[in-house]
Structure formats: C-alpha cells, structure tokens
Design a binder for this molecule. Structure first.
Ligand SMILES: C[S@@+](CC[C@H](N)C(=O)[O-])C[C@H]1O[C@@H](n2cnc3c(N)ncnc32)[C@H](O)[C@@H]1O
Length: 235
C-alpha cells in the first residue's frame, strides 16, 4: 500500500507539480542567479567526496555540479517527483554518467538507503518541506563517521526593508507567471508564506545534535533570504 503523504510532500507537489520542463530556468531567473551562488557555496565546502547523497535532487542541478567538479565521486539522488527525476536520469545518460549515479524515486522519509554509507549529504530546498524529526534521524543513520552535512534552503529575512523587497519580488513573479506560465502560479502564490512560516533553521539543529552531529552551524546569507546548516559526524 502506498504511504500517506506528509503535509510537506503534499505542499511541494502542489507547488511544483507539472513544472519539471522549465524548473531549471525558473529557479535560476526567479532567484536572480542566487541559486547558482548557493549551490557553489555547498561545492566549495565539500572535501574529497566519494559517496555523495543529494536529497531532493530534483532535475539534478546540484548533482551534476558535484559530478563535474569531483570526478571521483559517486552520487545518489533521491526525489519524490517522477518527472523531475526523469530529467536527472536522462541527463545522466546523455552525459555518460550512468555508472556514477544512482537515482531513487521516493520521499526522503521513506527511502531505504545503506547505513553510514555517505561521506557528504547535501540538499538544496528540502528542509522546509521535510518531516524534520524523521529527516534528522535518517541523516544520522546515513552519514558515515567523519561525514559532512551541507543543507540549504530559503529562509525569511528579519529586516522589514528586505522583507518588503522580497515580497514585492514574489508579487512581480506571480504576475509574470499568471501571464506567461500559469502552471507556476501555485508555487509563487504559496512559497513566500510557506518559507516565512517554516522554523527549519531553528528546529533542525537540535534534532541533528541529538543524532550525533557536531560543529553544527546555521549560516544566513543574502540578507537572510537563504540559510545553510552545516555539521559533521565525528570519526
Ligand atoms: C525546489 S526543488 C529543488 C531541486 C534541487 N534540489 C535543486 O536545487 O534544483 C525541490 C525538490 O524537492 C523535492 N522534495 C520535496 N520534499 C521531498 C521529500 N520529502 N522527499 C523527496 N523529495 C522531496 C521535490 O520533489 C523537488 O524536486
């Protein structure tokens, strides 16, 4: 029997259902290029990765940046959405990277993965959607001794001036999508409030600490519009 979906899974399917074909373009343009910057932030903090787990790998934007930059690395991607993952799988075939990739079409909360197998666990845009107690427990099991965690997502700025500019940007994008790409409207209608209401930068660190992660840091970037949680498993 299929597992019931969590609220976060239902939300992401509502926001992103039917958007796989132009996701890469929209994420690049709607963040004004910051998406690439945030992914570089992760890449620059990876050290000699061998077994990388990319959670919510989507169409594989981050996954293929890792594979290009680290020729020794094998990458395992997990994503809920079939059409997003189909883009990643097709890309791995086209680029001759099938042997260096493993793809699981599953919710992160349900996927079966080997224990202590990954020296780097990375993600862009999962934490706000995930069932975080379940995610933390699973990260604790999957991360190898000495392994690193690099988690990224949108955050909500605390400065009211920045908040105003960000909100205006969402409204402009919503208006543009209503005219040009109506299948993106649900996303631009709901994402601002969903990010604002998500406590992921506060509730995830103690959950990770309880799973044995150390050196946990929350780093806010771009005036608080995005954040990273980094940490490691002791050897
Ligand atoms: C905004 S996209 C990001 C994709 C990719 N990480 C990137 O940076 O381009 C969010 C992705 O998270 C996936 N996702 C959200 N919640 C998930 C969950 N609980 N388990 C697996 N995938 C999830 C969605 O299917 C979607 O592909």
């Amino acid at each position: 029997m299929a597992k019931a979906k969590t609220d976060g899974q239902e939300t992401v399917l509502r926001f992103l259902g039917g958007t796989a074909d132009d996701y890469d373009l929209i994420v690049a343009e709607s963040t004004g290029g910051l998406d690439a910057h945030w992914k570089r932030w992760i890449l620059e903090r990876m050290q000699d990765p061998q077994q990388v787990l990319d959670l919510a790998s989507g169409t594989g934007i981050l996954s293929f940046l890792v594979l290009d930059r680290f020729p020794e690395a094998h990458l395992t991607g997990v994503d809920l959405q079939e059409d997003y993952q189909a883009v990643a799988v097709e890309r791995s075939k086209r680029r001759g990277l099938v042997d260096r990739t493993t793809w699981h079409r599953s919710a992160v909360e349900d996927v079966e993965l080997p224990e202590a197998a990954y020296d780097h666990i990375i993600t862009c845009y999962l934490p706000k959607y995930a069932d975080r107690p379940v995610l933390a427990e699973r990260l604790g099991r999957w991360c190898a001794p000495g392994g690193r965690l690099l988690l990224h997502d949108f955050a909500h700025p605390t400065d009211p001036k920045v908040e105003k500019v960000l909100h205006e940007r969402y409204v402009r994008w919503l208006d543009k999508m209503e005219r040009e790409r109506p299948y993106w409207v649900q996303c631009f209608e709901g994402l601002y409030d969903f990010v604002r209401e998500s406590p992921w930068t506060e509730d995830l660190p103690p959950l990770l600490e309880a799973q044995g992660f150390v050196d946990l840091e929350v780093t806010h970037v771009h005036k608080g519009c995005a954040a990273f949680i980094t940490g490691r498993k002791p050897l």
